[in-house]
Write a protein that binds this ligand. Structure first.
Ligand SMILES: NC(=O)c1ccc[n+]([C@@H]2O[C@H](COP(=O)([O-])OP(=O)(O)OC[C@H]3O[C@@H](n4cnc5c(N)ncnc54)[C@H](OP(=O)(O)O)[C@@H]3O)[C@@H](O)[C@H]2O)c1
Length: 517
């Protein structure tokens, strides 16, 4: 299998003109089609179909764009079209427009079958060849595996058998895969091997939807487009970093998926370690995908858990209680959840980044369900000024300076610093200075899946983790997971709180406290 530069006809050639492109021109994908496996699933209905429609509505898809669904039920093309329409009306971000819909639905196809059914895949190949003729998709096809990872090997084999995975000089083939990328280092390596046996790495797009968020991309803009932050972005000035993804919801209908996976595998391994990588990486020489991903690989390979793990990590399971004014059940009362399960719904870990920039600075990562508020943020907390020329009483209410990147909701950046309280006495208290996306920009942000799907169709891989990043993330997390597996049941915490007491003592031992966003 030949390796290609990202952006070439097959893998995506890096286009030097891209950097001088007129930014006012829309970024329309070239002729192509998207085939979705697992098209009847939750992800497809809630995220993929609405994102495809929103892209069409924004005029970013090529005129002959085609969507092909593959699933077990005996649907016609019309049934599938109807399902998409329903998903779009319920979940799309932009308003429904008949003229856009009419054009989109002309390119909709459905192929019924199971993954081990050779005839169904032969039908798929014939359907895509027909689309090349009647819709002008030109042999350019992306395959989205919105299916359980256990089905990846058989689908990849079928794509190889039917020639659908084969790259050509004049056309490209790409595969999109969703988390979970394995459940430990060993399984992640196996999964990467399965996919790489059929698709070269440049044609593999691993979706971590956090990287599609505007605020996450803004970490790069903030750090590398400004002079203000870099001089203090190191262990000389940063005391510690807290990365939080808190959800206020419980498991709901996802108990079957979640049991056995847990908060660390579901969120820390992918989203939070990607946020850490963007926060801690060195500046890339350019925004070329290889340069950007290379820096992320470097920083992840320098990251490891701080021990002893029974003091530097914490995990918990939520119990029933009050979430705001709503009474909610505990994890063990959730339908479909094994009452004896040791799966955690809260996880906190302490990491260190062994580089000159970050030596000695702890990175505290936490995530959980049924916490006090839905919030994702990165808080860079600075050391205290080395000398305060004030009486102690004047600075009693002065905390540490902090820069907080608010990923969601209320996207923006907050800087916290001390200011004089108005009055005749000198009293210094914390104040905040805010940047809000909502007030600074008029256009609303596209959904992460819109951005990422469009990048797949363009062959632009910067926002997709490479296989090595995934494996390094598991390498960081595996010792913690092994420690927890031997440590019994997680500690209970009440719904609506900020996690178990062990999470507070974990950070308190270092003389710090968690932020209460
Ligand atoms: N839901 C999310 O928001 C989300 C977020 C991140 C990642 N993911 C990942 O994305 C993938 C899909 O998630 P989901 O929530 O959409 O799952 P889901 O609701 O359980 O849907 C699974 C899909 O796979 C199909 N499928 C399963 N086994 C099959 C087989 N042997 N032959 C043919 N089709 C088969 C199902 O088709 P039938 O209808 O025929 O059963 C269904 O369309 C999973 O790996 C999940 O971890 C999901």
């Amino acid at each position: 299998m030949t390796r290609r530069e990202p952006g070439s006809a097959a893998g995506g050639r890096h286009n030097p003109l891209r950097d001088v492109r007129d930014k006012r021109l829309p970024r329309i994908a070239g002729p192509c089609g998207l085939t979705i496996f697992g098209v009847t699933g939750d992800l497809s209905r809630k995220k993929l179909m609405p994102a495809i429609y929103d892209l069409a509505n924004r005029g970013l898809l090529p005129p002959g764009f085609a969507v092909t669904g593959f699933a077990r039920r005996q649907w016609t093309h019309q049934d599938f079209g109807e399902m998409i329409r329903q998903a779009v009306t319920e979940h799309a971000r932009t308003p429904f427009r008949q003229v856009v819909w009419d054009r989109l639905v002309e390119g909709v196809r459905f192929v019924p079958g199971t993954f081990d059914d050779d005839e169904a895949f032969d039908n798929l190949a014939a359907t895509l060849a027909d689309l090349d003729r009647v819709r002008g998709t030109s042999g350019n096809h992306a395959f989205y595996l919105a299916i359980p990872p256990s089905a990846f090997p058989v689908v990849c084999k079928q794509l190889a058998r039917t020639g659908l995975a084969a790259q050509g000089d004049e056309y490209w083939r790409r595969v999109v895969i969703e988390k979970p990328f394995g459940h430990d280092l060993h399984s992640a390596r196996e999964l990467n091997q399965v996919v790489n046996d059929v698709f070269c790495e440049d044609s593999v797009f691993r979706i971590d939807h956090y990287l599609g968020k505007e605020t996450v991309q803004n970490i790069l803009a903030m750090r590398f487009a400004n002079q203000l932050f870099d001089p203090i972005w190191n262990s000389n000035y940063v005391d510690h970093v807290q990365i939080t993804m808190a959800e206020d919801i419980g498991l709901g209908g996802r108990a079957g998926y979640y049991d056995g996976i847990g908060a660390a595998r579901d969120v820390i391994q992918n989203h939070l370690l990607q946020l850490l990588a963007l926060t801690a990486m060195e500046d890339p020489v350019s925004f070329h995908p290889a340069a950007l991903r290379g820096e992320k690989v470097k920083v992840l390979s320098a990251t490891r858990p701080v021990g002893p793990l029974d003091e530097t990590t914490a995990r918990g399971q939520y119990t029933g209680g009050w979430q705001g004014s709503q009474q909610v059940v505990g994890l063990h009362e959730e339908a479909g959840f094994d009452p004896d399960s040791a799966t955690e719904t809260f996880a906190a870990i302490t990491l260190e980044v062994g580089t000159r920039r970050w030596g000695g600075v702890p990175f505290f990562l936490r995530t959980g369900k049924r916490l006090g508020r839905r919030v994702t943020e990165i808080a860079v907390v600075f050391t205290r000024a080395p000398h305060l020329p004030f009486d102690d009483t004047m600075t009693e209410e002065l905390g540490r300076n902090a820069l907080v990147i608010r990923v969601q909701p209320d996207e923006g950046v907050t800087i916290r610093f001390g200011s004089k309280v108005p009055g005749t006495a000198m009293e210094v208290r914390d104040v905040t200075m805010d940047f809000n996306y909502g007030t600074s920009f008029t256009e609303t942000s596209p959904d992460a899946y819109e951005r990422l799907l469009l990048d797949v169709l363009h062959g632009e891989p910067s926002l997709f983790p490479v296989g090595q990043e995934v494996e390094l993330s598991w390498q960081i997390l595996d010792p913690v997971l092994a420690h927890w597996a031997a440590a019994g049941t997680p500690e209970p915490y009440p719904a609506g709180s900020w996690g178990p007491e062990s999470a507070d003592s974990m950070i308190a031992r270092t003389g710090r406290v968690w932020r209460r966003p």
